[in-house]
Design a protein around this ligand. Structure first.
Ligand code: G6P
Length: 600
């Protein structure tokens, strides 16, 4: 979590840094700060709240050509001005921003900093105070920087200024993402390329345990022990219009609207020269070599994984297990003889998923990442990558990445099944085209979902999402959407399971959203709805054409039964959006959350 930026060059740094931080707000937005360095020294400005609050606090007349900035998602210490970054050493000589978690910060403080009065509750401050201590002990800054990083255990992306050496930004990276950006007469550093795309499209990757000395016209990358590393820049293929909101009121609405186009684009991206769906042959081989796939993911990506399992088992006949990444790494199940690990991660940066990748790689198992961000950590570190092609997703609540994940998982399953002669009489490309049109119909029906949100959720304190079979997995995602942006407590439930205890929570007016798209269980889910309606629940049934009944509140266009999750989730996304809006919530930046969770 947390976003970092740095600039060293000729222009006014503050505007470039503030714009960069605005792009990084998805990584955390509870407090923010800047350190600006000019001939008068280093000025630190910090504010609790959003980048807009920080912007308001930055004096307009301050000019500086060097600076670092930070947007925070609190881990150690509450979000307030004192705990906001940058942090300064006791004398004020060193100023530092950090993304990550220093696991042994308490021990380091006890061992080295008993005499130092810390100003914040953060793990970060220990790093900057340690560097000053070692400099006071006689080490040059560079050596003190290295020495400190050798003592530190944990994850970090760091940018530091030394008031006595103002022509350098000191950079370090371990486990947390950080990129260098190269310009003419300036250089920048940022947690991702989007943050600095307005000044350059040339970026240099950093690897774990690397240190960089960034100056106006050069940057020197070294390992922790000082070996110099040469690495060429790559061009970031980011279209600025992809990261702007345009005329939309929220990114979430823009991203929901992009879904039909993304499904069509995915179909084209995974097409061979004959127009047939295909995936990279090395990936296909790795999947076919495996006796079992282990899907590892968090949040919305985990929900996509649950549906991916159904696709792969049904179309390709390969057994699949789906695991929550934060649990898997610390509680390994018995593994099959030839497993393949499939990481599903929109950002490609989720620390919980990455720790599993590191572990299973060390065990010698093959790994595949399905991600939206090419060049992201999990993409670089896995043996294979498949991309979602969904374009940058900025709203914290994931929408288009989820449907893109489902589409690519369906393609993986289909191509593997075909290669094994297991898929017949089914043309996924055609079905995806029908699905894209159906999604378009749904995103065009926004007013209906606004009305449903008002009717069912205006005064709701809690809500249930019910489904069976594939609909059950979509109901988990529907509940997550509603929780994360409207703060209404919501639970996704298997229709038949509710009566085994949880039905005790149903009372007069409890809103229930039930999905009915699956022929085989259509009558069963309707029976489950009757059970809760008999106890006072207010039920909104969303059914698919072909299995609809008079009692339904909304009828989804017909799509292939396997692809129903791509369409049944759309009403749930839109209902959550409008419920959040009607409650005055910040739809794109819900409280307590961050989009890219780079701490375990
Ligand atoms: C965070 C986000 C969720 C996301 C999850 C996994 O919790 O708020 O929206 O689903 O991380 O992220 P990933 O980038 O790995 O898909």
């Amino acid at each position: 979590m947390c976003g970092i930026v740095g600039y060293i060059g000729k222009e006014d740094a503050k505007e470039i840094l503030l714009q960069g931080l605005e792009k990084l707000e998805y990584r955390g937005y509870d407090s923010a700060g800047l350190a600006l360095c000019n001939e008068k020294g280093i000025t630190v400005i910090k504010e609790k709240g959003r980048i807009a609050d920080l912007r308001g606090a930055v004096p307009l007349d301050i000019q500086a050509t060097i600076g670092i900035g930070h947007t925070r998602w609190a881990t150690h210490g509450v979000p307030n001005k004192e705990n906001a970054h940058p942090h300064q050493s006791e004398s004020g000589r060193f100023t530092l921003v950090h993304n990550g978690v220093i696991e042994n910060y308490h021990l380091l403080q006890q061992t080295y900093l008993q005499q130092v009065q810390l100003k914040s509750e953060t793990d970060t401050e220990v790093i900057v105070q340690l560097i000053e201590k070692f400099v006071k002990d006689g080490m040059p800054t560079e050596e003190a920087f290295r020495h400190t990083l050798r003592l530190v255990h944990g994850s970090y992306a760091i940018a530091m200024l030394d008031a006595d050496e103002p022509e350098t930004i000191f950079i370090a990276k371990n486990k947390s993402p950080l990129l260098l950006g190269v310009g003419k007469g300036f250089n920048v550093v940022a947690s991702d390329a989007m943050a600095m795309r307005q000044v350059t499209d040339q970026f240099v990757e950093l690897h774990d345990q690397e240190i960089v000395f960034v100056r106006k016209n050069e940057m020197m990358i070294t390992t922790l022990d000082g070996t110099i590393i040469q690495r060429d820049p790559f061009t970031a293929e980011i279209d600025m219009s992809d990261i702007e909101k345009g005329t939309y009121p929220h990114y979430m609405m823009k991203e929901m609207d992009e879904q039909p186009g993304i499904i069509r684009k995915i179909s084209q991206q995974y097409e061979d020269e004959n127009g047939e769906l295909t995936i990279d042959t090395a990936v296909l081989k790795a999947i076919m070599n495996a006796d079992r796939l282990y899907i590892i993911a968090a949040g919305t990506s985990y929900h996509a994984g649950l549906i991916g399992k159904q696709y792969i088992e049904k179309m390709a006949g390969i057994p699949v297990e789906v695991h929550i990444s934060s649990e898997f790494g610390y509680n390994l199940p018995l593994l099959s003889e030839k497993p393949l690990f499939l990481f599903i991660t929109q950002s490609g940066e989720t620390a919980d998923s990455r720790q599993v990748l590191v572990k299973v790689k060390a065990m010698g198992y093959p790994t595949l990442t399905l991600t939206n961000v090419s060049g992201s950590t999990l993409s670089r570190e896995a043996d294979y990558t498949l991309l979602l092609h969904a374009g940058p997703e900025i709203a914290v609540a994931s929408t288009k990445a989820y449907t893109a994940q489902l589409a690519v998982l369906a393609i993986i399953a289909y191509v593997t099944g075909k290669a094994q002669g297991k898929v017949q009489h089914f043309n996924l490309k055609k079905e995806l085209a029908i699905t894209a049109n159906a999604i378009q119909t749904l995103v065009d029906a926004k007013e209906t979902f606004e009305e449903i949100a008002h009717e069912f959720l205006a005064t709701a304190r809690n809500a249930f999402f019910l489904g069976r079979n594939l609909d059950f997995y979509v109901s988990l995602e529907g509940a997550l959407k509603l929780k994360e942006i409207s703060y209404i407590q919501a639970e996704g439930f298997a229709g038949g399971e509710l009566k085994h205890g949880t039905i005790a929570l149903i009372e007069e007016g409890t809103p229930i959203f039930a999905l009915a798209t699956q022929q085989a269980v259509a009558l069963n889910i309707r029976g489950n709805v009757k059970e809760v309606v008999a106890r006072g629940a207010h039920a909104c049934i969303i059914a698919m054409e072909g299995v609809e009944e008079a009692e339904d509140r909304f009828i989804l266009p017909h799509v292939h039964e396997l692809l129903t999750p791509l369409i049944s989730v759309i009403p749930l996304q839109l209902i959550s959006y409008y419920a959040a809006l009607q409650r005055g919530c910040d739809v794109d930046k819900p409280r307590n959350l961050a989009k890219s969770v780079t701490v375990e």
